[in-house]
Design a protein around this ligand. Structure first.
Ligand code: GLN
Length: 210
C-alpha cells in the first residue's frame, strides 16, 4: 500500500518532507486549501513559525478544516511548529490559534530563541539504535502528555517526540537529515491502521453472512 500523504505547504521544509515520504514509499501531495485535504491517508505539518501559520491558515479556512479532519482521525505527523499546532494548549502564552488533536501541553522556543538552535543525538527507543541526529531550531518541548500519549524521545530531560496512535509529533527536524525512521514509523502506522480496518471489515462481512 502506498498511502497518499498531504504535506501542508504554507511554510517550512515542504520539499524535504516530500523527499523523506517518497523514500518510505508514500505518495505526496501539497495542501494549501481546505479542499486539498480530501482523499488523504495522512498529513505532515512542517516546521516554520506557528503564529504565522495560525494567521495564514485561519484566513483561508484551512485551520478549521484541519481541526475537523484531525479530530475525525486523520493521521498526522507534526514537526517543530507542526508539533505546536497539534497541541491542546501552549504553556505560558495564551491566545494563538492551534489545530489541536494531541493531548499535550507545549512550551514554545523552550530551548531559547535564535541562539539556542543546536544539534544533538536523540535516543528514540522505539526506533532502536543508533540515536537520531536531532536538528533543533528554536524548538519547543512538550511539558505534559495526557494518558493516551506515549513519549517517544526526551532530550535534556524534556519530551521532544510523542505518539498517540497514528499521530506523531517531534520538536526537531527529521526531514533535514537522511534518517527516515520517524517518517517510516508514521507511514507504517497508517499502513497498519488501514490493514486492521480491512480485517474488521472482513470480520464484519463474515459475521453478517452467517
Ligand atoms: N519557534 C517556532 C514556533 O514557535 C518553531 C520553530 C520551528 O518550527 N523550527 O512556532
Amino acid at each position: 500500500m502506498r498511502p497518499r500523504i498531504g504535506v501542508l505547504a504554507v511554510q517550512g521544509a515542504v520539499s524535504e518532507h516530500e523527499a523523506a515520504l517518497a523514500d518510505v514509499g508514500a505518495r505526496t501531495t501539497r495542501v494549501r486549501l481546505p479542499g486539498e485535504l480530501d482523499g488523504l491517508d495522512g498529513l505532515v505539518i512542517p516546521g516554520g513559525e506557528s503564529t504565522t501559520f495560525g494567521l495564514v491558515a485561519g484566513r483561508s479556512g484551512l485551520l478549521g478544516a484541519l481541526h475537523e479532519r484531525i479530530a475525525g482521525g486523520l493521521p498526522v505527523f507534526g514537526t517543530c511548529a507542526g508539533l505546536i499546532m497539534l497541541a491542546s494548549r501552549i504553556d505560558g502564552d495564551g491566545d494563538q490559534a492551534l489545530i489541536g488533536g494531541m493531548d499535550i501541553v507545549v512550551r514554545r522556543n523552550a530551548f531559547g530563541r535564535q541562539l539556542a538552535s543546536f544539534e544533538a543525538d536523540v535516543d528514540v527507543p522505539v526506533l532502536g539504535d543508533p540515536p537520531m541526529r536531532g536538528i533543533f531550531i528554536r524548538a519547543p518541548w512538550v511539558e505534559q502528555v495526557g494518558p493516551s500519549v506515549e513519549v517517544l524521545a526526551e532530550h535534556a530531560g524534556h519530551i521532544v517526540a510523542a505518539r498517540d496512535r497514528t499521530r506523531i509529533v517531534c520538536a526537531f527536524h527529521p526531514e533535514l537529515t537522511g534518517d527516515r525512521r520517524l517518517h517510516r514509523l508514521f507511514v507504517d502506522g497508517i499502513r497498519g491502521a488501514t490493514a486492521s480496518a480491512d480485517e474488521d471489515l472482513k470480520g464484519g462481512i463474515r459475521v453478517g453472512s452467517q
